[in-house]
Design a protein around this ligand. Structure first.
Ligand code: SF4
Length: 327
């Protein structure tokens, strides 16, 4: 068995939230026992509603936040302590792409300077090699050489996200964490950036942790999909399995919300809003909204367990045929 590029075990991240100046501090479990594994050159899609902990998970695996518990191994070795030389070397092999390309770029610097910046920081190549690399990255991401002289505000949103990707790939990272990389873009541009991501993965062999609330986008790029709800993974499997026959009631509701002409089945309308993470429901956190909840659900939290088909599902009904119905 080959060692995964990235392996996170039981990650836990807690915050303390105080209601009012004199209110009692309440524990918020943003990430609550998340484990995930990512192979070299593959994409794991992490999907869920806003606030479910998927972005925090991305920051934890990159070492941008320190977990309260759990471990992260990259290329088979534990993450070095933040701020050390080994950590900096490791970070060059792991890059992040954020949602807002304008916010991620420095408005005062040209695109060429910003794409070259990681090479300067990590001392990769001489001046000529860096220039050559910048031109290659611009070409690979669909930007023209003369756009190296432009400033971020002189580019369109899609071009800015291409520039962000070019910069992220400068150090030839083994892992890209893309956090909602298309949600700030026009719908017409989103498909182009998604296709570009797939092309870049083929060309550079980069593994991608693709974080999104958009199940369709996740399906387009992912080799495996994990669905998160309130800080936990509730289902993980092959994209076609999760999209065609979601096993967890929450995944079923997400899939049923995707417009699909010609597909049978009704939209599953969940009751209420996602619960406040500071006031986590007892038992299965999904039980107040779950259409098939029963008495045990409010008392006992279901573990994420493997089904015979290889799917991981956290639901007391995970092995019941009735729960395997397609949405
Ligand atoms: Fe619904 Fe119960 Fe399964 Fe939770 S454990 S998803 S409440 S059926």
């Amino acid at each position: 068995m080959t060692t995964p590029l990235l392996e996170a075990q039981n990650l836990m991240r807690r915050y303390w939230m105080r209601r009012g100046a004199f209110g009692k501090a309440t524990e918020v479990r943003a990430v609550d026992g998340v484990s995930l594994s990512l192979e070299r050159g593959k994409t794991l899609g992490l999907v869920g509603e806003s606030g479910c902990g998927k972005s925090t998970t991305g920051r934890l695996v990159l070492g941008l936040e320190t977990p309260d518990a759990g471990t992260v191994a990259f290329q088979g070795a534990p993450m070095p302590a933040p701020g050390t030389a080994p950590w900096r070397a490791q970070r060059a092999r792991m890059q992040m792409v954020f949602q807002d390309p304008l916010g991620a770029l420095d408005r005062r610097l040209t695109i060429g300077v910003q794409v070259r910046e990681p090479l300067d920081i990590h001392g990769i190549g001489d001046a000529a090699a860096r220039e050559k690399r910048v031109l290659h990255l611009l070409h690979a991401t669909g930007l023209r050489p003369e756009q190296a002289e432009r400033y971020p505000h002189e580019l369109s949103g899609g071009q800015r996200q291409r520039a962000v990707l070019a910069r992220a790939l400068a150090t030839d990272p083994a892992l890209l964490v893309c956090d909602e990389p298309i949600s700030a873009l026009d719908v017409s541009i989103q498909a182009q950036v998604m296709n570009l991501l797939v092309k870049l993965q083929r060309e550079f062999g980069t593994a991608i942790l693709f974080i999104s609330h958009d199940l369709r986008a996740v399906r387009q790029v992912s080799h495996r999909v994990a669905v998160m709800y309130l800080g936990r993974i509730v289902e993980e499997g092959e994209p076609d399995d999760v999209l065609h026959s979601p096993a967890h009631p929450y995944s079923q509701a997400l899939v049923s919300a995707i417009p699909h002409p010609g597909r049978g089945g009704q939209r599953i309308l969940l009751q209420g809003d996602p619960p406040n993470p500071a006031d986590r429901p007892s038992g299965c956190a999904f039980h107040p909204r779950c259409p098939v909840a029963f008495a045990r659900c409010s008392q006992e939290s279901p573990a994420l367990t493997a089904r015979p088909d290889g799917r991981l599902v956290a639901c007391h009904l995970a092995h019941e045929p009735a729960i395997a119905r397609a949405a």
